[in-house]
Unconditional design. Structure first.
Length: 180
């Protein structure tokens, strides 16, 4: 029962969180698509001004910071070692908790981390779009879209990301037998 309940909770969590991911993904594609369509239809020419270079550097620094932060979050939060640490921390906060409660708290915690990574990827795409609308220079918009979209795609909520969680929970609750 222990493993089956945890697996079911995680599967339901992944099903729900995928809808959020799809909304972020479609929002990113929609915002970029409208800007790209406008660029193709209006055949815009970059605005040449002394501030263009400043906007370019500012957008680059923001985009680089976002990309590095997304990478660090992925390395920190989407690992089995972190899952084990957070499960033990959640359980030590309330040792009377059952395995289903622990699994729900864990999925809520991981859901917020996943959403944060996806929203940062969307923000990266928006930096490129905003840069385009300020300068009419589409190069950064295309590059930031590719980087942001790549970040969204590689952080898709896959089942294999959380496959080890039921086993980690079983280690925390060794006295409860698994029922088939």
């Amino acid at each position: 029962m222990l493993i089956q309940d945890s697996v079911q909770i995680i599967q339901n969590f992944l099903r729900r969180i995928r809808y959020f991911w799809q909304n972020v993904f479609l929002s990113a594609v929609f915002v970029y698509g409208i800007s790209f369509y406008y660029r193709l239809q209006m055949q815009t020419v970059p605005i040449f001004s002394p501030s263009l270079r400043i906007y370019n550097w500012i957008s680059f620094i923001i985009a680089l910071g976002l990309a590095i932060y997304i990478f660090q979050m992925k390395r920190k939060y989407f690992r089995t070692q972190y899952y084990e640490t957070i499960l033990k921390k959640l359980f030590s906060a309330d040792t009377q908790m059952r395995e289903t409660e622990l699994t729900r708290k864990f999925t809520a915690h991981m859901g917020s981390k996943m959403k944060q990574v996806w929203l940062l990827a969307l923000l990266l795409i928006l930096v490129g779009v905003i840069y385009y609308w300020l300068t009419k220079d589409a190069w950064n918009m295309h590059v930031y879209f590719i980087v942001g979209l790549y970040s969204l795609v590689i952080n898709y909520p896959r089942r294999d990301m959380l496959n080890t969680v039921p086993d980690l929970i079983k280690e925390i609750f060794p006295d409860q037998p698994a029922q088939n």
